[in-house]
Each structure stands twice: as structure tokens, then as C-alpha cells.
Design a protein around this ligand. Structure first.
Ligand SMILES: Cc1ncc(COP(=O)(O)O)c(C=O)c1O
Length: 402
């Protein structure tokens, strides 16, 4: 029997792939269009009888190599690459959702997706209903036979909730056979979780974060079966959003993926060390990290994930202390985004989720005392020391101001 290669080997080393000129690395093909040998060939490419390239919005050799890689990583038949995570999410939703449809979503999610679902889709006549997907009974009751889509994130942004996707997919397919279960796997990444294997129909994710890992590319993916991937590409991407990834960016993401297994190990180990420190320190009010036994979804996370990831959310005792902590950090960067080798920290209420009203924020499960930390791969000791000194200063400053 053929020996299966270890996943890390597969991601690092593409040996066996035959490329033009025998190049080790992926060639970048910056062409927009492709020359046909004849009118007949051009016609056949447009009917699908000839599988060759037509136009880079529909396919490009560099981007194709990345799409094949992402599909393998997520355990799907096919992937479609986009110029950002929001491009992937928007193109996917608009491919399958139409006026009059019913879409169910968890109440906590990335601010951009929240805006799309809550503030935009309604204008197109889509009924969006949100609830807490932790409450599986309530979710089951809310699924209607005609529900078209059930949407949530593997680990929610910014509240760090981990929901039981296997159970959600099973009950959705039972009660609404035509509904699509769409999962944003950005926080967990395909290295820690495979929503498709647990019954999800489509995975969407930002490749800007852990997949690329270096804050130098915006990227996004939708991963599913071949039929749906083609619909997403042909309708969502080609006609609706045009959110196409450039071949140069595809190359950078392919390069980033080579170090992803090593990076993810460090992110997970560092985040666990930081979360444990915070939980044991009186300087911090509450810590949300799925790897801590105290996390309400720790058991689901243990069942679902092969690692607890690099994201932590924590609360300080007041907004003033939270703001002072952020302003006193010396190593950790005060910046939105996540999944980079550098640690990034931000204040969801005034930054990534600032378009939510106060009521929407409370309903989504967080407040202005919450801070979101993307733990990088620097030394955990340095990160802990930085958080400790900033938290001490923040408490002292606020005490003096009173
Ligand atoms: C969970 C999640 N999904 C999607 C996105 C959007 O990704 P992008 O910034 O690549 O559009 C983000 C961005 O932060 C995110 O956190």
C-alpha cells in the first residue's frame, strides 16, 4: 500500500507536481486573458467542452494551484479564491440567497459579515434571523422547511464561542433538506478543523489571516463540492462581486501556507500560555479561550478542534482600564486583523465591530470592556510580560485619575 504523506510534508513540499520548466516554486502568471488557437476552441472553452483558460476572473494557473491546495486542506472537492474574506462570504451568500429567503445566523460574528447580514441583506428582501447557536433546541425550533441557509463561524469573532457544527448540520439537513450550512472557518483554520467533514455544505474563510499569516495579502476562499464551487465562481464571483484574487497574491498565499503548520503550533502554544497567565492574574477580569477548562464551550472545542487556536478575548474591569491597557503595550501591536506572526490587539466595540449599535453589541454577547488579542509567534514570555506591565499601568492610571 502507498504510504500516506504527513500533512505537514504535503503543505511544505509539493514534490510530485510537474510545473513548466521544472520550477520548484509556483510560477506567477500575470495574464488577464488567454489566446485561443481557433474560433472553435474559443467557443468550446465558453461551453465547457474544452477545459482551458478563458479570462483570469474565471481562472488562472497560479490561482488554480492555490485553489487546489486549499480544497485539499479543507477536505473539499473544489475551492474558489477571492480577493478578500468578505469577497468570499458575500459572493457565496449572494450566489445561493434570493429575495424572500430565510437565513439563520448565530448572533456573534465578524463585524463586516454582521453588516452584510443585518444591515444590507434586508434591503434585498432576505429575512435574516439571528439566535445563539449554543442553544441547539432554540436553533432546531427556528429552522423552517424553507430555510435557505444556516450561517455561523467555527469560533466566533470576537466572543470566542465554539458551537457544535456537527449537530447544527445534522439538524439543518433533517429539517430543511435544501438549506446550505455555511461555516466561516477563519479563526479555526483548516489545520485545526474541517467543517465539511462534520456535515457543512460550504466553508468560507479569510485567507488574509492564518492561511497567509504575514499581513501582506488580502485573500479569501469558499470550499465545497465541484458543482457549488462552479456556481459560486460563475455567479457570485464572475457576475456579482468580481472579487478576484490576483496571481501575485495567490503566489504569496502559496508561500505563506508552507510555514502554516509550524506557525499554527506556535500560535496555539503561545495562546494557551497567555490565556493561562491571564486567568491566574487578578489584573484581568475574564478570559475567553476555548483551551481553558473554564471556557463554556471547552468540551465542544475538545471534540471539534485539533488545537485551540491563537485567538483570545478578555474583559477588563472598566472601559477606561481596557483603553489604558491598549495604550500602554510596548510589544503587542494595536491593530485590527489577526492570524499574523506578529501579535495584534484591538478593541472590538470601537474598531472591528464599531458599526454595531450598542443594543446589537450587547445582543451579540460583548461589551466595551472586551479586548481581542491575536497571539503571534513571538516569545510567549515577552507577550505575557508586555500584557502584565500594560495592565498594571492601566489600573494605576485609572486609580490616580479618580
Ligand atoms: C471571522 C472573519 N471572517 C471574515 C473576515 C473578513 O476577511 P477579510 O478581511 O479578508 O475580508 C474576517 C476579518 O477580520 C474575520 O475575522
Amino acid at each position: 500500500m502507498k504510504r500516506m504523506r504527513n500533512r505537514q510534508t504535503e503543505l511544505v513540499n509539493d514534490s510530485g507536481r510537474k510545473r513548466p520548466f521544472g520550477t520548484l516554486t509556483t510560477p506567477i502568471c500575470p495574464t488577464v486573458t488567454y489566446v485561443f488557437d481557433s474560433t472553435e476552441q474559443g467557443r468550446k472553452r465558453h461551453t465547457g467542452e474544452d477545459a482551458g483558460f478563458i479570462y483570469t476572473r474565471l481562472g488562472n494557473p497560479t490561482t488554480n494551484e492555490l485553489e487546489e491546495k486549499i480544497a485539499r486542506m479543507e477536505g473539499g472537492e473544489a475551492a474558489v479564491a477571492f480577493s478578500s474574506g468578505m469577497g468570499a462570504i458575500c459572493s457565496t451568500i449572494l450566489t445561493f440567497i434570493k429575495a424572500g429567503d430565510h437565513l439563520l445566523a448565530d448572533k456573534a460574528m465578524y463585524g463586516g459579515t454582521f453588516d452584510l447580514l443585518h444591515h444590507k441583506l434586508g434591503e434585498f428582501g432576505v429575512e435574516v434571523e439571528v439566535l445563539d447557536f449554543r442553544d441547539l433546541k432554540a436553533l432546531e425550533a427556528a429552522i423552517r422547511p424553507e430555510t435557505a441557509m444556516v450561517y455561523c463561524e467555527t469560533i466566533t469573532n470576537p466572543t470566542m464561542k465554539v458551537v457544535d457544527i456537527e449537530a447544527i448540520a445534522a439538524m439543518t439537513h433533517e429539517k430543511a433538506p435544501k438549506a446550505l450550512v455555511v461555516i466561516d472557518n477563519t479563526f479555526a483554520t483548516p489545520l485545526l478543523y474541517h467543517p465539511l467533514k462534520d456535515g457543512a455544505d460550504i466553508v468560507v474563510e479569510s485567507g488574509t489571516k492564518y492561511i497567509n499569516g504575514h499581513s501582506d495579502v488580502l485573500a479569501g476562499f469558499a470550499v465545497t463540492d465541484k458543482e457549488k464551487a462552479w456556481l459560486i465562481k460563475d455567479h457570485g464571483l464572475k457576475f456579482i462581486t468580481g472579487a478576484v484574487m490576483s496571481p501575485q497574491d495567490a503566489y504569496l498565499v502559496i508561500r505563506g501556507i508552507k510555514t502554516m503548520p509550524v506557525r499554527m503550533r506556535e500560535h496555539c502554544a503561545n495562546a494557551m500560555a497567555v490565556a493561562q497567565f491571564m486567568e491566574g492574574s487578578s489584573l484581568f477580569e475574564k478570559v475567553y479561550y476555548p483551551g481553558l477548562a473554564s471556557h463554556p464551550d471547552h468540551e465542544v472545542a475538545k471534540k471539534e478542534l485539533s488545537g485551540f487556536g491563537g485567538m483570545i478575548a478578555f474583559e477588563m474591569c472598566s472601559y477606561d482600564v481596557a483603553r489604558n491597557l491598549l495604550d500602554n503595550l510596548q510589544v503587542i501591536n494595536l491593530a485590527v486583523s489577526l492570524g499574523d506572526v506578529e501579535s495584534l490587539i484591538e478593541h472590538p466595540a470601537s474598531m472591528t465591530h464599531s458599526t454595531l449599535t450598542n443594543e446589537e453589541m450587547i445582543a451579540a454577547g460583548f461589551n466595551e470592556r472586551l479586548i481581542r488579542l491575536s497571539v503571534g509567534i513571538e516569545s510567549a514570555e515577552d507577550l505575557i510580560a508586555d500584557l502584565e506591565q500594560a495592565a498594571r499601568k492601566a489600573h494605576e492610571t485609572v486609580k490616580q485619575e479618580r
